[in-house]
Structure formats: C-alpha cells, structure tokens
Design a protein around this ligand. Structure first.
Ligand code: CA
Length: 346
C-alpha cells in the first residue's frame, strides 16, 4: 500500500513537471521566431515590437508594425508658407469703357484726376514742359503754366490742396496752387532722379526710374519708407508714372505696355496688366508706333466714380478702362504669366 502511494505521488510530480517544460518551450519558440524574422504561419509581423530596423535610406527607425507608409500630410496652411516675395502675381485683362481726345502735343509724365471731368497733367521735354488742367470730354487744355526751358516736367500729384511736381534729373520739385497754377513752393527728395509721384492719403510716394519706390512725409519731405519693387524676387526697374488705387500702387514700366500693381507694404508686384492694344488703337500708323518716345504713360483714378484712365506720351487718345480677371479662354500663351513677364522686361 505504501509503495502504491509513493508511486502515485511520483507520477503526479512527473506530469506537472512535463506540463511546465512544454509551456516554457512554446514561449521560447514564439520569442525566437520573432527575433529571427521567421514567421510560423506567414501572417505574423516579421518585425518584433520596438526592434530597430534600417529604413531604405539607412536611417534607424523604430517600427511597431510593418504596413504601407501613409502619404505625408501637407503642412498646415502650406500656401501661406510661401515667402511673400516669391508669390506669383495675377495677370489682369481690361476692357475699354470709353475713349476721349488727348492733346497730341502732351508728352505725358504725370496724370491726375481733378474732379468734374478734368485732369491735371504734367508734361515733359525741355522747352515744352508744363503743368495744365484739361477737360476729359474734349481734351481741351483749360489752363496751362509753361516751365522754364531748363526744367523737364515729371511726376505729379494733388495732395493737401496743392499740386506737387517732380522734375527729370534732379532731386527737386515744385509746389503749385491748383487753382492758379502759380508756383507756391519747392521741395527736395532723397531720390536720385524724379519720375513718378502719387500719394496714399498720408505719404507722398515717388519713383526715380530705379526699382525703388519712396515714401515721404509731406510736411518736411523726410523719407519714411523705401521699397524695392520685385517680382519672383527680381527687381522691377524703370518704375515710372504712379497712381495709388484701392490700396495698391500702380506703375507704368518705362518703355513697355505694362502696368505693375504693387503692394505698398512689401513692394511685391501683386498683378500685371499688359496693354499693347491701347497703343495700337491710339497710334494709327506704324511710324508713330515705332517712335520709342510714344509709350504708354499716365494713370489717373477717379475715386468717387471708380474710374481708371490711362494714356501715353503724345497719344491723341485717353482711355477709360475697366480691369477684370482673365477668362479661361484668355489664359493662353499670350496672357500667361511668363509671356507677360517677358513683355514687361523681367
Ligand atoms: Ca498718376
């Protein structure tokens, strides 16, 4: 009896020990299969948890599972992260609303809407320079004050109840009474030359034929800001006649059929307008169009009626234009940004 009890106890111990060894073997097998990369049934992940692996680039990476890489999410507000200087300008189209006569002898350097369908105009050329008041509908010059032959009239603006005029090749200008056209003062600037002039309601804004636009305190002509006009980071040179329109500075680019719409905050060109059709319309014969002096120049804005006027040097016509975006049909090669940039000397 005692022998049978001992034998039974020994049998139970052996069975328990055998079970324990088998369980341990299964644990070892799962762990070793993972570490070796072998898969017991072909479906298990071949990379163990937290195992360091090499990415295709050779960079160590910790992966929890192997699965197809998810597409990279775009960074938030990706478009706003493009540096302002590299943002692309908009190309605009235009329609001619109405055509008016313009003094064929006016070598237009500055154009300003004066209210009641009249314009102030500054004209250039030595011996022919003047400041004048002209009628929109007839083109008739109602008042004119000729400048001494040593001066070449340039940019003009009406601000603070006075007319301000730049002159070519000098950092100097004249101030006029807008009623009598009498000279009532003068001023000097920090510009190397005098080309275009406008204002934003607080500052006088000038150009000197470089890629810079200058802001001046009208009280003492202290320079308060200087912007480099750029498109795609490149300087836009030969900035000429100016007009401040709805928070933008519009500028003729000398010797081109182009108007640049410029940010007064950054100097970046926000938009381009390419207007070769106006020269074709204004100058009827090829000889006149081939005259390099008779270029698009002169922008004026009637803020009360939201009218935009443009003309050119010695053009017999002045145009009221309406600006709009390009239609899908117009977005062809001729209107592409690359073509417009090329035409605008970039
Ligand atoms: Ca102007």
């Amino acid at each position: 009896m005692w022998k049978w009890a001992v034998a039974a106890f020994a049998f139970v111990v052996i069975v328990i020990a055998a079970l324990a060894v088998g369980f341990g073997k299964r644990r070892v097998h799962r762990s070793s299969s993972s570490a070796s990369g072998a898969s017991s049934n072909g479906t298990e992940p071949s990379v163990s948890v937290d195992a360091p692996v090499r990415s295709p680039s050779g960079t160590a990476a910790n992966l929890s599972v192997v699965s197809p890489p998810a597409p990279a999410a775009p960074p938030p507000n990706a478009s706003s992260q493009v540096p302002d200087a590299m943002k692309e300008p908009t190309v605009y189209a235009f329609e001619v609303v109405k055509t008016y006569p313009h003094d064929l002898a006016a070598f237009t350097e500055g154009l300003v809407y004066a209210g009641n369908d009249t314009f102030y105009e500054s004209t250039g050329l030595y011996g022919h320079s003047s400041i004048r008041l002209a009628e929109l509908h007839t083109g008739k010059v109602r008042q004119q004050r000729n400048m001494d032959s040593q001066w070449f009239g340039e940019g003009l603006t009406l601000f603070g109840g006075k007319l301000w005029q730049l002159v070519y090749k000098f950092n100097y200008g004249f101030v006029y009474d807008p009623v009598t056209l009498d000279v009532v003062g003068n001023f000097t600037t920090t510009m190397s030359d005098g080309w275009g002039l406008t204002h934003d309601g607080a500052n006088l804004i000038g150009s000197d034929g470089t890629a810079f636009i200058y802001f001046f305190d009208p009280a003492d002509f202290r320079e308060t800001k200087r912007l480099r006009v750029t498109d795609a980071g490149f300087g836009v040179h030969q900035i000429n006649e100016l007009e401040y329109i709805n928070g933008e500075i519009w500028a003729n680019i000398w010797l081109t059929d182009c108007i640049a719409r410029i940010s007064p905050e950054t100097g970046r060109v926000l938009g381009w307008m390419h207007l070769p059709d106006l020269k074709m319309s204004a100058l009827s014969n090829a000889a006149a169009r081939a005259d390099g002096d008779k270029v698009l120049n002169g922008i004026a804005y009637d803020v009360e009626s939201d009218r935009i006027f443009v003309t050119g040097k010695k053009w017999p016509l002045l145009f009221e234009i309406k600006v709009r975006g390009l239609t899908s049909n117009e977005m062809n090669n001729a209107n592409s940004l690359a073509a417009v940039r090329k035409a605008c000397h970039l």
